[in-house]
Design a protein around this ligand. Structure first.
Ligand code: ZN
Ligand code: ZN
Length: 638
């Protein structure tokens, strides 16, 4: 044996051997009846391993191996998420580069193209998890779009329908004009933008007030949306506008009469303290409009351009429409001033197109009823988030939960199991129905929308075990034990697994949720490929070995965000080297494994090992990983 440990050949060989020997398979070498189950959060099928995966993989592997060694029937379930918009975006970009588009291709050919792309380049992360030494049962790899999984998703949808929780309604959503779909809040990134604030005068429809004031000035960054105004709102306590409340003003350019209303949601300190209300294009205005029973007017279309309701401006880009409206304001002495204004605007995470808040007809899942059992389980601590602060956050998220927008206007994903007949009846059924459930018409058209990606991953803990079939797997491995993720997806994923598990299985999917640290770049910035601050865990593994990498990540982990520290990884490498040398010594001395401690020193060492083991296990029971590896280090070096 060489004096310096070289991890690479060794790690790769053993990883392959152990997997080939089936040692990672569920149920292997079990000596007790209890099961221990963790489902890996399914990574995007087109994605690559990042530092968050590596940390999460390392700490799940600790728990899995620990239980496997103690004889539990252990399952670490791997698999992939089809990641609706992310995957569709990758393929759309390729098409764009080829001078074509998804629309030119048509839906069927596009979906085939996505499958071909995944066949060629997808599903790489599980290989990378192997490089990390993760002991998942790779023989059970699942995909949220495989045939059996589709059955689970459709069955879930029909169940929600039968419960009466699904409904269709106009709501304001984050609309990406490039992808032409609604996207979730999580997929919106906020970017700072230099803009102009336009102060426009809205004149009273019936002439000036007694004191001669002829109108109200509002400030807007988006003059084009003036066409969609249905009111001007002021704060009820704002003395400046007391006389104006209840009167009508004329919307510039279109000359429409709209009321001046009072609402406490108006911030008197912003701009002039008077707010134009455009429910069709602003979430706050949408809420204010709903309260006051105002109409919704949509003047910007799904492609981000002015639509037919914009009259003579129809078809223009918003920038061109802005110009036309500014010219009109100037001409009519209604442009008070323009000033530069820096603000944060929402853009699509995938294509960086500015998000258009738009009203569109979407499917929703009412959350009032389904959240109740989950909320009770959290309050009674039958399922616990770690650390405690995240437990309170999870409870708050359920308390404040809005209804769930489950439809997406994409082509890649689970198409809704909803069919429409020419009379507009809706039939929800799976497998696909022959005829309309209401009138028997066989002229049915399927809803083109697909489900939110998180709709399918919400079923992960039991769909991977075969639900809705009542399989032996389900009997044996549901409910599971632990789930571990980043905090960004508590609302999107963790909480949803909790309520769907209670709804469909009658039992919580796990008892503990670990929310792990976010690992930042060494300078404290977010790790990001585009910022150039990302560190590829595979590079770290290539440099220091998988054991060292895992040690370092566990050492860094805490309940807070942490900066990446290569020193921690080097420490892991030192530890691996020390253990290598200890083994060399033992092998050279031909120490038998059955040897009993005799001398005082030997008994002291055994006692220290026992004490460290207790310390390590106590830390793992608290899901506190950093002290556990520090204890191993101290044991070896002190
Ligand atoms: Zn987009
Ligand atoms: Zn019908």
């Amino acid at each position: 044996m060489e004096p310096l440990y070289k991890p690479h050949g060794v790690e790769k060989r053993w990883q392959r051997t152990w997997e080939d020997e089936g040692l990672y398979r569920a149920g292997v070498n079990r000596s007790r009846d209890e099961s221990y189950v963790i489902c890996v959060p399914p990574p995007n099928v087109t994605g690559a391993l990042h530092m968050g995966h590596a940390l999460n993989g390392a700490l799940q592997d600790v728990l899995i191996r620990w239980h496997r060694m103690r004889g539990f029937d252990t399952l670490w379930q791997p698999g992939y998420d089809h990641a609706g918009i992310a995957t569709q975006n990758v393929v759309e970009k390729q098409l764009l580069a080829e001078g074509t588009s998804r629309k030119e291709l048509g839906r069927e050919a596009f979906v085939e193209r996505v499958w071909a792309h995944l066949e060629a380049t997808g599903r790489t992360i599980m290989g990378q998890f192997r490089s990390l030494g993760a002991s998942m049962d790779y023989s059970r790899e699942r995909f949220t779009m495989d045939d059996a999984y589709i059955e689970s998703v459709m069955t879930f949808f029909v169940r929600l329908w039968e419960r009466g929780w699904l409904y269709r309604a106009n709501r304001i959503v984050n609309w990406c004009p490039f992808h032409e779909t609604a996207i979730s809040d999580l997929e919106v990134v906020h970017e700072e933008l230099d803009d102009a604030l336009t102060y426009a005068r809205y004149r009273f429809a019936d002439g000036p007030l007694a004191d001669g004031v002829d109108g109200i000035t509002i400030a807007t960054v988006r003059p084009a949306t003036i066409l969609g105004d249905v009111a001007v709102a002021v704060h009820p306590d704002d003395e400046r506008y007391r006389e104006a409340i209840g009167r009508d003003v004329l919307v510039p350019f279109v000359g429409r009469r709209v009321p001046v209303i009072a609402d406490e949601r108006v911030d008197p300190a912003f701009g002039t303290g008077a707010l134009k209300i455009t429910p069709g294009h602003d979430p706050t205005d949408f809420e204010i409009g709903s309260t006051h029973g105002l109409p919704n007017l949509t003047v910007i279309g799904l492609d981000g351009r002015m639509n037919d309701a914009a009259g003579e401006l129809a078809g223009l880009t918003q920038a061109d429409a802005d110009e036309r409206i500014l010219a009109w304001l100037k001409e009519h002495d209604a442009l008070e001033k323009r000033e530069s204004y820096r603000h944060s605007v929402g853009t699509c995470e995938r294509c960086h197109t500015r998000i258009e808040p738009l009203i569109s007809l979407q499917w929703w899942c009412a959350m009032e009823e389904p959240r109740q059992p989950a909320l009770a389980a959290l309050r009674e601590r039958r399922v616990r988030y770690h650390p405690e602060s995240q437990h309170s956050f999870a409870i708050r998220s359920f308390e404040e939960i809005p209804d769930w927008n489950i439809s997406r206007q994409l082509w890649w994903g689970h198409q809704l199991p909803l069919w429409y007949c020419p009379d507009g009846h809706v039939t929800c059924a799976w497998p696909p129905p022959e005829a309309c459930a209401e009138c028997g018409s066989d002229d049915l058209e399927r809803d083109p929308d697909v489900l939110d990606t998180w709709f399918s991953s919400a079923l992960w803990p039991y769909a991977t075990l075969g639900w809705p079939e009542q399989t032996d797997e389900l009997d044996r491995y549901y409910p599971g034990d632990v789930n571990s993720t980043a905090r960004e997806i508590i609302r999107l994923w963790e909480n949803r697994m909790i309520w769907t598990g209670l709804e469909l299985m009658g039992e919580l999917p796990f008892t503990d949720v670990i929310i792990h640290s976010t690992i930042l770049a060494p300078d404290g910035r977010r790790m990001s490929k585009s910022l150039g601050t990302g560190i590829d865990p595979l590079d770290v593994i290539a440099k220091h070995g998988a054991d060292a990498t895992r040690y370092g990540l566990l050492k860094m982990s805490s309940t807070q965000d942490v900066r990446f520290a290569e020193g921690a990884i080097e420490e892991g490498r030192k530890l691996a080297n020390k253990l290598w040398n200890v083994s060399r010594l033992l092998l050279a001395e031909r120490v038998e494994s059955e040897a009993k401690p005799e001398s005082l020193e030997e008994r002291w060492i055994v006692a220290r090992i026992d004490a460290t083991r207790a310390e390590v296990e106590a830390a793992w029971l608290r899901f506190d990983f950093s002290p556990s590896v520090a204890a191993l280090y101290r044991l070896t070096f002190d």
